[in-house]
Design a protein. Structure first.
Length: 560
């Protein structure tokens, strides 16, 4: 026998779609509010009807007790089913529509009742308060069932209490009025429920469009995946809302920008300060692969607007790539210089060979001494004025490159910089960028010359680089320090417009400044002031001859 097919059980539960879930929840809320409002309205309505019934019973009792003949008949006759008290009480009951009008004496004996057989018997409820002279309103149970009652004392013509009057209003009439009010109340509740259902449907449709009809579990999974992706990728991500405030930062963006979670909810200007990075994030600078400098980092920023009016910006760290690119530029320059030197060296060797073949030995010796002496003189000139070996080696190398390019690179007579730099690599970056820009500026001009001046003023280092190029127009003297601005064609490895920006950033990071002005005799003069750039003066003399010799030795080794 083949096995019986499995039984599929029907499982009831919440639907998966957000539209259905929101609609059901909204309908449940609307129905609950309607029921609650109806109940809250019925409760005080019932209390109000009870109070009206008790006051009506009390008013009938007061009217009955105000008839003087009843008190007189109570005093001079006996209780009977056809006595004057019974007749007057029944007349008042019929005229007022009360359920009963009971007149009793001081002993609590009935002198009137809707049931004649009850006349002469004792009342079923306590009449002590009314007989004591107090008026009473209450909802109570008696021989005629539940009723709203009013009790008042009965007084004779002298004001003496001779009995009491108790009047009851049938409670079913109160309930009937309450039930009669319910259909109208339910009509209002039904109308409110219908309006709530329509509003719930409209809200659910809007939620459906905004969530693309995904289930809550799918949305939760997407959020978890988004968090993992944002904090796992190695690119910085900054999300901004429609007001331009930071809404989200992943871990890499915090690292690249040097900020934390406190930036969330603030504008880029408030979180980062004014600058190109803030301008790019805020959308004031547009384009693709925009270059920005944050601290010592070179960032590539792309900003993409979103449908809700906000934007998402991605940050890529290309500091190392930029350094490699600059090293590549330097390598190309060095290769060109070496190629030129090789060509010049070959010419010199041919000249030397010719002098030897002509047996002009003295001239050959003088020629070799002149060639070697020029290079040595340049190295000695630099190391005597600059104590730091890295900076001295840089300037000797730049002098060689400048000579091959037909530019005279001169170290100013006022240059004096001891070997006490706090950040020599930073100053190497500043000097290298300024000298490179100066060499580019004077390239192809007549009598091209670049002059470098470095001096110490206490613990402050002052750098000036002058050239004989075309100079910088006054309207561009601040613009040239902006990231991405350049008059030169971009190199193959990336974009230009970073060198001078890095110079200013390095200067400002040390509390200094970088500026440009006109040089005497034409050209541009760049000035960089770096406070606290030098450590305290060492004990004893200054750098001394030994330090100069050490620097000279290092320079000769690095430029050999």
């Amino acid at each position: 026998m083949s096995p019986a097919p499995p039984v599929r059980r029907l499982r009831l539960g919440m639907p998966r779609r957000v539209f259905s879930q929101v609609l059901l929840m909204q309908l449940a809320i609307a129905a609950g509010v309607a029921v609650l409002a109806t109940g809250l309205f019925l409760a005080p309505l019932g209390e109000q009807l009870d109070d009206q019934a008790m006051r009506r019973a009390l008013a009938i009792a007061q009217t009955t007790a105000a008839v003087p003949q009843i008190a007189e008949d109570l005093r001079r006759t006996q209780p009977s089913a056809d006595g004057p008290v019974q007749r007057e009480a029944e007349r008042i009951r019929a005229a007022s529509g009360a359920e009963y009008v009971v007149v009793m004496d001081l002993r609590g004996v009935r002198w009137s009742h809707t049931e004649p057989l009850e006349v002469g018997g004792h009342v079923s409820t306590d009449p002590s308060e009314a007989l004591a002279g107090r008026e009473v309103m209450e909802i109570d149970n008696g021989t005629l069932g539940r009723s709203a009652r009013g009790k008042v004392p009965l007084r004779d013509s002298t004001g003496r209490i001779v009995g009491a009057v108790s009047v009851g209003i049938e409670y079913d009439s109160v309930r009937a009025r309450l039930v009669h009010a319910i259909p109208g109340l339910l009509a209002y509740a039904g109308g409110a429920l219908a309006v709530g259902a329509l509003a719930a449907w409209l809200i659910s449709r809007r939620v459906q469009r905004q969530t693309r009809d995904l289930a809550f579990s799918d949305i939760s999974a997407l959020l978890a995946e988004r968090e993992a992706m944002l904090h796992g990728i190695r690119e910085g991500v900054v999300a901004l809302d429609r007001t331009g405030r930071v809404r989200l930062l992943n871990d890499e963006a915090q690292r690249l920008l040097g900020i934390g979670d406190e930036a969330v909810g603030r504008s880029p200007d408030e979180a980062l300060g004014e600058g190109r990075t803030s301008d790019v994030l805020a959308g004031r600078v547009t384009g693709t692969d925009l270059i920005a400098v944050r601290g010592q980092r070179v960032l590539v920023v792309n900003r993409m607007p979103t449908d809700d009016g906000g934007a998402v910006a991605t940050l890529r760290d290309r500091t190392e790539l930029e350094q490699l690119g600059r090293e590549l530029d330097s390598t190309h320059g060095l290769i060109d210089a070496l190629r030129a030197q090789d060509h010049e060296h070959a010419n010199r060797m041919h000249t030397l060979l010719g002098l030897l073949e002509l047996e002009m030995y003295d001239d050959a010796v003088d020629f070799v001494g002149e060639v070697v002496g020029d290079h040595r003189a340049t190295a000695e000139q630099v190391t005597e004025k600059i104590g730091d070996p890295l900076l001295a080696a840089l300037l000797v190398g730049k002098a060689t490159v400048a000579a091959e390019r037909g530019v005279a690179l001169r170290i100013s007579d006022g240059t004096r910089l001891p070997d006490r730099l706090v950040d020599p690599r930073g100053l190497v970056t500043v000097v290298g960028n300024l000298v490179d820009n100066a060499l580019d500026a004077v390239a192809g001009t007549a009598h091209a010359r670049v002059e470098v001046e470095l001096r110490a003023e206490g613990r402050t280092a002052v750098l000036r680089v002058r050239d004989t190029g075309p100079g910088v127009p006054s309207e561009q003297r601040e613009l040239i320090f902006t990231e991405g601005w350049s008059t030169k064609r971009p190199p193959a490895h990336g974009k230009r417009g970073i060198g001078l920006s890095l110079v200013r950033r390095l200067a400002e990071r040390q509390g200094g400044r970088a500026s440009v002005s006109d040089a005497r005799g034409g050209g541009a003069e760049f000035t960089v002031v770096l406070p606290e750039a030098l450590a305290g003066s060492p004990a004893g003399a200054d750098a001394g001859p030994a330090l100069a010799a050490s620097a000279r030795s290092t320079v000769e080794e690095e430029t050999r």
